[in-house]
Ligand binder design. Structure first.
Ligand code: ADP
Length: 430
């Protein structure tokens, strides 16, 4: 593998070009963002480019977009994550991409990785060292599909850029490390927690933390005054109770399977169902886990699709009964969290919707909030309808308490900002 040298000799006080990587088992999502402490303070970070590479291992499908230009789609034979990271870096530095700030690979000055599971060890983002890599390896048991892919991304980056390039790990679990023990422990024999750290970890932490930050910026309030319920509703879905700026409860558990109904995941169910299905269908526990993760949720109920937009169309255009049922169950289960979480946090000032469904579907938001007048929620029909396609703002009537907001998430931005902060902190200390 070619070694492309240490980062260029730029003045580190200037903005930093950060490559944000989200590596899966056969896909890589990336974003290039130029940012620094001043740009963060002004919310003026510059998004340079983004893209996805899917079906790595064969003829990969590559989508690339430089900010302000049309997206491109191409294919290339990429055998592994190393080849995909190499492709991204070379494309970014090429005259073909034409990104003004990146003339050579050395102009990428730091890499921020989304890492799914940081266990109990990581409560915030960290500069990646050999010790951090080992600790992420120690969490593989907790996220056997995700952490190995994230680690491959880290080693691919190291091979390509060399040891000199700072890399930062930003964990999906870290924000939820403030959960008190009465919220994170399951009512199982305590030694299972002691032996295996079996507990609720929660996920989507980067997203929940980002929208909580945007909320307090929008409201011009302190972190300590942030008392909200956040809903990340995408393919995966989760709710978080945020009290005094900290996550104090969240719907996903040891794994992302627990909690809300999702695209293909069942969310909460009676654990005795596993044994019941095993006996009736002759399936192994592993097969049942696959059934609950990949064939349940919106897809399982409707028998049609996991895609909320398609289900809404089936319901309204075809009057499909099971599409309606899937959406009803999805909304009902989310609504119950708006009832439950204020009890966990002594009342909430706002409910915030984010994620593909939360940001784009007035219909789903209205159905979740329906029948919550008793708690004080009153959606503003027109504001709700007009908040789609990345529009941020209030969607409830004046006086609604909790108020209701739509806040588009930007996990990559938060990763880039954490990366810059970690790198600068390290530089101050060295
Ligand atoms: P991921 O969790 O994989 O990042 P997204 O956050 O993009 O996914 O969310 C995907 C979900 O958002 C899908 O169910 C999709 O149908 C839904 N979605 C996107 N746009 C709309 C829309 N306009 N109306 C309803 N649902 C939408």
């Amino acid at each position: 593998m070619t070694h492309l040298g240490a980062p260029g000799s730029r003045d580190w006080r200037k903005s930093m070009n950060v490559l944000v990587l989200n590596c899966g088992s056969s896909s890589v999502k990336f974003r290039l963002i130029a940012t620094d402490l001043d740009l963060i303070a002004q919310n003026a970070d510059r998004r340079l480019a983004k893209g996805t590479i899917e079906r790595i291992g064969g003829e990969a499908i590559i989508r690339l977009q430089v900010e302000g230009r049309n997206p491109q789609r191409t294919t290339s034979s990429l055998r592994d994550i190393n080849a995909a990271v190499d492709f991204i870096a070379r494309w970014a530095a090429s005259s073909e991409s034409g990104i003004e700030e990146i003339k050579s690979i050395a102009d990428i000055q730091a890499v921020g990785h989304r890492v799914v599971h940081g266990g109990e060890r990581f409560k915030q983002s960290v500069l990646i060292t050999d010790e951090v890599v080992r600790a992420v390896e120690d969490c593989i048991d907790l996220a056997p599909l995700h952490n190995p892919a994230n680690l491959t991304g880290i080693s691919a980056t190291r091979k390509l850029f060399g040891e000199g390039l700072p890399q930062v790990a930003v964990f999906d679990t870290a924000f939820h490390q403030t959960l008190p023990d009465h919220a994170f422990l399951y009512a199982l024999p305590y030694q299972l927690y002691r032996r295996y750290r079996l507990r609720r970890y929660g996920f989507h932490g980067i997203s929940h933390r980002y929208v909580a930050y945007r909320y307090r910026v929008m409201r011009n309030i302190a972190r300590e005054a942030t008392n909200i319920i956040t809903f990340h509703l995408g393919n995966g879905c989760s709710a978080t109770a945020i009290s005094a700026g900290n996550s104090i409860d969240t719907s996903m558990g040891l794994t992302p399977l627990e909690g809300l109904v999702m695209g293909t995941r069942s969310g909460d169910l009676d654990p005795a169902i596993i044994e019941f299905i095993a006996a009736k269908e002759g399936l192994s526990t592993r097969e049942i886990e696959t059934l609950m993760n990949k064939h349940s949720g919106l897809l399982g109920i409707s028998g049609l699709t996991s895609d909320m937009r398609e289900l809404l169309a089936e319901e309204s255009e075809e009057n499909d009964r099971r599409a309606k049922l899937a959406i009803d169950i999805f909304c009902y289960r989310a609504r119950k969290y708006i009832g439950a979480y204020p009890a966990a946090m002594n009342g909430a000032d706002a409910v915030v919707f984010t994620g593909g469904i939360g940001e784009n579907s007035p219909e789903v938001r209205a159905r979740i909030c329906d029948g919550l007048q008793w708690i004080g929620i009153e959606l503003h029909e027109e504001l709700n309808r007009s908040h789609t396609d990345g529009r941020e703002g209030l969607i409830s009537k004046e006086g609604s308490r909790p108020a209701v907001y739509v806040i588009p998430t930007d996990e990559e931005l938060l990763i880039a900002r954490d990366t810059v902060r970690c790198v600068l902190k390290e530089r101050q200390h060295s």
